[in-house]
Ligand binder design. Structure first.
Ligand SMILES: Cc1cc2nc3c(=O)[nH]c(=O)nc-3n(C[C@H](O)[C@H](O)[C@H](O)COP(=O)(O)O)c2cc1C
Ligand code: SF4
Ligand code: SF4
Length: 283
């Protein structure tokens, strides 16, 4: 079987899950093509199975993932398609599955399977991610879940994640956060990034940003509007120097990225075409 897998990942959770699934597909004699959506736009339209792996951002999928799905061609054959969403709280995946399945259905794909996998929360500017040991336990459980899901997909099991309102939120609070991030947050929060005096101009943040939204200008990083709020720069900065105006310093917080995820940009920086960037996360 020919399996096409695509992902977006800020801090490596979605990458960990896709990489785990890839191994299980290969052990089951499948041929697997695995790419970040920031690397490659097309998908083999003759594939037997297509899978997407995205994180949830404020109860929806990241803007870049929605744009990617909308730009897919209309498929002539209804290929078996699945969606796996990684979430800091599986109760708080919101509309992320629904957003994806709606677009994919319109593209002519048959979404046979969708699920939300709990992975450590990474929105460090807004909350405190779990400490390392707790995070690793969550990762291990997520990885085991991914290993169980692949055989179901290969067996043609049809299963859909069902939407729920998060119990911590009122309906008003839920819709407010969902629409605020979608219509105002992601397009404006890049303006709020700051660095404190501990930034030593190492430029790691510029090198690893998956959307090329950072450039070092006069020794300090400057952010651009293509930022997806993926939190990679924040969580990988060796000095914990990056924060957002409004929420304040992250010093003293647990920073988080999936421990085996090593992002590396391999193409030249090009901020005018922010999606034309290759991230090689494999290690
Ligand atoms: C901007 C932003 C918003 C987030 N919103 C949610 C959310 O609404 N619900 C949730 O369960 N997790 C949320 N998270 C946590 C991530 O979905 C979770 O940590 C995910 O596994 C990260 O995947 P990645 O490492 O592949 O980027 C959010 C993270 C970020 C950065
Ligand atoms: S990674 Fe951190 S220390 Fe390095 S340039 Fe960026 S903000 Fe400064
Ligand atoms: S600027 Fe930072 S938060 Fe924004 S997309 Fe790049 S790495 Fe992610």
């Amino acid at each position: 079987m020919n399996v096409e897998l695509r992902y977006f990942s800020g801090t490596g959770n979605s990458y960990k899950i896709i990489d785990t699934c890839k191994e299980v597909f290969i052990q089951s004699d499948c041929e697997v093509s695995l790419f970040s959506i920031t690397d490659i736009a097309n998908i083999n339209e003759e594939a037997d199975i297509i899978g997407f792996y995205f994180p949830v951002y404020a109860f929806g999928i990241p803007r870049i993932c929605g744009q990617y799905l909308l730009n897919l061609p209309n498929f002539k054959n209804p290929i078996n398609t699945f969606i796996l969403i990684t979430a800091g709280d599986p109760e708080e995946a919101g509309f992320s599955v629904k957003e994806s399945t709606t677009i994919l259905g319109k593209k002519g794909l048959d979404v046979t399977y969708s699920a939300v996998i709990h992975m450590p929360a990474n929105w460090t500017v807004s909350m405190n991610p779990p400490p390392k040991k707790e995070a690793q336990l969550i990762i291990n459980t997520g990885v085991n879940r991914a290993k169980e899901i692949v055989p179901d997909i290969l067996d043609g099991v049809r299963r859909q994640h069902t939407f729920n309102y998060p119990s911590r939120y009122s309906k008003f609070g839920f819709y407010k956060d969902y629409y605020m991030f979608k219509w105002l947050g992601v397009s404006n929060l890049w303006r709020d990034f700051r660095t404190d005096e501990t930034c030593d101009s190492c430029a790691l943040c510029e090198k690893i940003c998956p959307t090329s939204s950072i450039q070092i200008v006069n020794t300090r990083p400057q952010w651009f509007k293509t930022c997806e709020q993926c939190m990679r720069c924040v969580n990988y900065c060796p000095q914990q120097a990056i924060f957002q105006k409004g929420t304040g310093s992250i010093k003293g917080k647990n920073i988080y990225h999936e421990p085996t995820f090593k992002p590396l940009k391999t193409k030249k920086h090009n901020k005018t075409n922010a999606t034309d960037v290759t991230i090689n996360a494999a290690d």
